[in-house]
Design a protein around this ligand. Structure first.
Ligand code: PLP
Length: 485
């Protein structure tokens, strides 16, 4: 290849200019698609999405021999993605712990993508690794303000952070590790134990979706000290926070290690008011955080903080072509041991830019806003005779059921909850989640509709039309007017 081939590259002296031109094309395509879609997701279900791709000449499953050119491909496919995406910037995209990304973060990510630092080798990421170091040290200080040497590493999300927490425990604990977690724990905890070849976790009973300390004590009694207890600060189903001080005290008495999965609730530490609910988190040996939930980052933006920087030494590894000992002795930072990955994106850059732009106070106010919105929506549900509220929200998750379900047998009621959810998806008007929780009366699991509110600009009133729709569909479904699918 000669130097005058003319491929447009994203970096170098002409990078900004070349990228800028194409970005304008891509964003124009995206905007056209988003406006065509209108609602929070494309109406009509999977078949309509496949048809849209086919109509644009795609969907053949064959790679093209000849390209259509950069501008055309970018504009057309960005239009398709805009048209066919679920859009968390719409308040009614409220099912899952996925937020809309702050534009400032995405803009920063364009720069990181263009410069493409690889976080495994210092010489490929001199400033990116310095910024990551500074940011992760700050995150560690957020979790462990009173510790002298906490640390944190960047991960691809809560799943990997939990896996790392188990891996560190397996390496640091003497004897064969047994994981103990609440019945409310995220599925990634059990999966991490499976990946690492550990025994299936011992599951501790919950009440109100919170771990029961007495049940934890009973579970730890026969196990000895080779245990890792995983508590949750912000459960995926309900946003409940385990009683962390009691759990930490129990762990201390039994000599067990403690990990807190705060993938959902962790960034509430940015709010002075909300951080009180997380009291005790600083007693954990490690903490999972996720900035693609509260944090308003694009996926993936996970973190794992440890009380003791030394614990992360368990990840140390040397590869002569990356971190040769004479290079390290000569003062080149050793980055390879800060992840289980080798090549790794500079995801910390956009997180650091966001932090620099908003500060912890700014992020804290955003988290507070979502929790206030959840209280408003809960109060609105409580006021409506057609809806039943599960319980007051702890963070920003609101669970409810239409009251017409009360008179149905539980399997029929659950089936109807599923149909209401799918009808909303099919209409393209709302993405509402679901959560199965033990009933307070008989302990059997019952299905609830779930709103997980992460919209920093929406308020309670924005959810009234959504609630109206749920009530109307429930009535129609119950009357058998809408065909079951
Ligand atoms: C979201 C979540 C996870 C998983 O995080 P990912 O970023 O999706 O991998 C783990 N634990 C809890 C409590 C969560 O809410």
């Amino acid at each position: 290849m000669s130097a005058h081939n003319g491929f447009r590259l994203a970096s170098g002296p002409r990078g900004a200019e070349q990228l800028g031109g194409l970005l304008a094309v891509a964003l124009r395509g995206m905007e056209t698609g988003v406006l065509e879609r209108g609602g929070p997701l494309p109406a009509g279900g999977p078949a309509v999405v496949s048809a849209a791709l086919a109509a644009a000449g795609g969907g053949t499953g064959r790679l093209p021999r000849e390209g259509i050119g950069e501008e055309r491909a970018l504009e057309e496919m960005s239009r398709l993605l805009g048209l066919g995406s679920a859009d968390p910037a719409h308040p009614h995209c409220a099912a899952h712990l996925v937020c809309s990304s702050l534009a400032v973060s995405v803009a920063a990510d364009v720069v990181a993508s263009a410069l493409n630092p690889s976080m495994d080798v210092w010489e490929l990421a001199p400033m990116a690794s310095e910024i990551e170091r500074d940011f992760t040290t700050g995150i560690a200080g957020l979790c462990y303000p009173a510790e002298s040497s906490p640390d944190a590493v960047v991960t691809s999300g809560g799943t990997e952070s939990n896996l790392l927490a188990l891996l560190l425990a397996r390496t640091l604990i003497e004897g064969d590790l047994q994981v103990v977690c609440g019945a409310n724990a995220h599925h990634s905890v059990t999966r991490a134990a499976w990946i690492l070849g550990l025994p299936t976790p011992v599951v501790v009973a919950c009440e109100d979706d919170r771990m029961v300390p007495a049940a934890l004590e009973a579970a730890l009694e026969p196990l000895g000290s080779s245990t890792l207890v995983v508590a949750t600060a912000g459960t995926t189903n309900t946003g409940r926070i385990d009683p962390l001080p009691e759990i930490a005290e129990t762990c201390r008495r039994f000599g067990a290690r403690l990990h807190v999965d705060a993938a959902y609730g962790g960034l509430a530490l940015c709010s002075e008011e909300l951080s009180r609910r997380l009291k005790g988190i600083e007693l954990a040996d490690s903490v999972t955080l996720d900035m693609h939930k509260f944090g308003w980052q694009s996926i993936a933006a996970g973190l794992l903080a440890t009380r003791n920087a030394r614990d992360l030494g368990a990840l140390k590894i040397s590869a002569d072509y990356i971190n040769a000992s004479d290079d390290v002795d000569a003062g080149l930072p050793d980055l390879l041991g800060r992840s289980i990955w080798t090549s790794r994106r500079a995801d910390a850059f956009r997180m650091a830019v966001t932090m620099s732009a908003l500060g912890t106070d700014g992020l804290g106010r955003m988290v507070e806003h979502c929790c206030t919105t959840a209280q408003e929506v809960a109060a609105e549900i409580d006021r409506r005779p057609g809806l039943r509220l599960w319980k007051r929200p702890s963070l920003s998750t609101v669970l409810f059921r239409p009251t017409v379900l009360d008179d149905l047998p539980s399997t029929a009621g659950d089936a109807l909850v599923g149909r209401i959810r799918r009808e909303l998806l099919n209409r393209g008007t709302a993405i509402v989640g679901r959560a199965a929780l033990p009933d307070t009366k008989d302990g059997h699991r019952k299905l609830w509709l779930k709103l997980t509110l992460l919209h920093p600009n929406a308020s309670g009133a924005d959810y009234r039309p959504l609630l109206d729709q749920v009530v109307a569909i429930a009535a129609q479904e119950q009357a058998g007017l809408v065909e079951s699918r």
